[in-house]
Ligand binder design. Structure first.
Ligand code: NAD
Length: 518
């Protein structure tokens, strides 16, 4: 039985209504601004992670449907690339307004299919909305360069759209990550074939419809579905010029290798193991609250979750307070008011997380707080794992080496800041790292010496606002140009350089010059 608070029931109802209008039992294929029933014979069931009730069935798009999406995107590009940047900016303004108007509906779809709490789902939408807001500034961000290189001669550079862009998205941010592509593709004059995660496509379907309402012409935004066959199609289809991938390292390495071998631009944000280093001079209360929130929020299913804690010196004495903070978190369905930690995405994911916790015990670590076998009241069939803290962890243990992607914090102890920096830098991932300290010198040393691409100083999840880019590095990123910000606009465009010479005297020259000018 689902428990729905009165506060969220209306938005939940909207989500159900949307489901009935757009998806009476099935999720549609979206092409030329229309929802179309797939002709596939292969369907993927999507379950509510809190109850495991069936929510919708997602098609494995057929080869004909995949081709139709690229046909539509290729045709739309021919005219869309020639629209004025001012008209595309207006679409971005409309899109921002529409996302705000449909914020609760989008969040409800996320909670329903992905499981995260409604409040956290609203944050998922907001972080994507902020990317859409930067798209409205495209007129000032996409300016080119001009130099008068000699008398009567100018060289100028401007950026042109690439064509059809492919995007392949993960399950954990069903609105934010599609919004890393949709508004920027529109603003730059490209067209898009996007594959949402087959586990929670609902928010993407509404975002596509909102793009239509905002003024995106038919064929500019197209949504296809499925698993590996759809990804392979995107990788091999020559008319798709660039691919934006976010997801696991295994899938990402494959996509980067095959996509680039096919001559495409690929940007791939991958897995992570983000460390928080606690210096003895840190503000204890702020540190504990930050770590508890960033380790267990979204049930640990954030690529920037703080999943590895490094206690330095006497801060190992703070672990009991961290455990007390974690115990206060309410684990329940995402629509239940007051829930802090929702379910994980699938029963298989729950089993994998619990297996990793058990492996830590066998390998000699200590389970300080055990969230295995937790069933919240009213949700006997959900995929719940309670907050878990594992101490005495060492590199080489499975719980340290693998990205757990669940509400599990692993703790390693060192005696000095230098040891902590060495530990963080020896990890193959480089998405983010945070330090908690009240010393400017300690913070600065950490900032300079840590190799991870996004550093927090007393900030647990240091994802920059989207006027900057998402700058994970090492094993957490493959490619050259990061998502959104200036780099994101450069990923979606290519420079064209024009050199023009307008000297009338040349018209009277009587002999051609064959030498390079010196
Ligand atoms: P995933 O790799 O399983 O799936 C991502 C996408 O790739 C999906 O659309 C899926 O259909 C497709 N896919 C999966 N396996 C494939 C295969 N073998 N061949 C071709 N395509 C395949 O990832 P997920 O479980 O949906 O998302 C969680 C992962 O994403 C975590 O590792 C997390 O760290 C990472 N992530 C990274 C960032 C970042 O910015 N660095 C952001 C969000 C999530």
């Amino acid at each position: 039985v689902r428990i729905i608070s009165t506060r969220f029931s209306s938005s939940f109802q909207v989500a159900r209504n949307h489901d009935k209008i757009q998806n009476p039992g099935t999720t549609k294929f979206y092409v030329n601004n229309e929802f179309v029933e797939s002709k596939t014979s292969k369907w993927i069931d999507v379950h509510d992670p809190a109850t495991n009730n069936l929510v919708t069935r997602v098609p494995q798009s057929t080869p004909e449907e995949l081709t139709a999406a690229v046909d539509a995107a290729e045709k739309a590009f021919k005219t869309f690339k020639n629209t004025t940047i001012l008209s595309r900016q207006q679409i971005a303004f409309n899109y921002v307004r529409l996302i705000r108007e449909h914020w609760d509906e989008l969040a409800s779809l996320i909670t329903l299919e992905q499981g995260k709490t409604f409040a956290d789902a609203k944050g998922d939408v907001l972080r994507g909305l902020q990317v859409a807001e930067t798209a409205t500034a495209v007129t000032t961000q996409l300016t080119g360069e001009l130099l008068e290189v000699s008398r009567d001669m100018e060289t100028k550079t401007y950026r042109e759209p690439l064509g059809v862009i492919g995007a392949i998205c993960p399950f954990n941010f069903p609105a934010m990550i599609p919004l890393w592509s949709i508004p920027l593709v529109i603003a730059t004059g490209n067209t898009l074939v996007l594959k949402p995660s087959e586990r929670d496509p609902g928010a993407t379907m509404l975002l596509a419809d909102l793009a239509r309402q905002a003024g995106a012409p038919p064929g500019v935004i197209n949504i296809v579905h499925g698993q590996a066959p759809t990804v392979d199609f995107i990788l091999d289809e020559p008319r798709i010029k660039a691919i934006s991938f976010v997801g696991s390292s295994k899938a990402g390495k494959y996509i980067y290798t095959r996509g680039t071998a096919n001559g495409k631009r690929v940007q791939a944000n991958l897995a992570a193991k983000n460390h928080a280093v606690v210096s003895p001079d840190a503000n204890k209360n702020h540190t504990i609250n930050s770590i508890v929130g960033a380790a267990f929020g979204a049930a640990g299913q954030r690529c920037m979750a703080l999943s590895a804690l490094v206690t330095v010196g006497e801060t190992k004495e703070w672990l009991n307070d961290i455990a007390e903070g974690a115990k206060k978190l309410k684990v329940s369905g995402g629509f239940v008011e007051g829930t802090d930690v929702g379910p994980v995405i699938t029963p298989e994911s729950k089993a994998r997380i619990e297996d990793i916790i058990s492996s830590a015990e066998k390998e000699g670590a200590t389970i300080l707080l055990d969230g295995r076998n937790y069933t919240p009241e009213g949700f006997p069939n959900g995929n719940f794992v309670g907050p878990t803290i594992i101490t005495n962890v060492k590199p080489g243990m499975r719980c340290y080496d693998e990205e757990i992607f669940g509400p599990v914090l692993v703790v390693t102890h060192v005696e000095t800041l230098d040891d902590a920096i060495d530990l963080v830098n020896s990890n193959p991932y480089g998405n983010g790292a945070a330090i908690f300290t009240n010393s400017g010198a300690t913070g600065y040393k950490f900032q300079k010496e840590i190799e991870a691409g996004q550093i927090g100083i007393n900030v647990p999840i240091p994802v920059p606002l989207p006027m900057f880019s998402f700058t994970g590095n090492k094993g957490s990123f493959l490619g050259d140009l990061n998502f959104y910000g200036k780099a994101g606009l450069h990923f979606l465009t290519q420079p064209k350089t024009i050199t023009a010479h307008w000297r009338h005297e040349d018209a009277v020259a009587i002999k051609a010059s064959v030498d390079m000018p010196t």
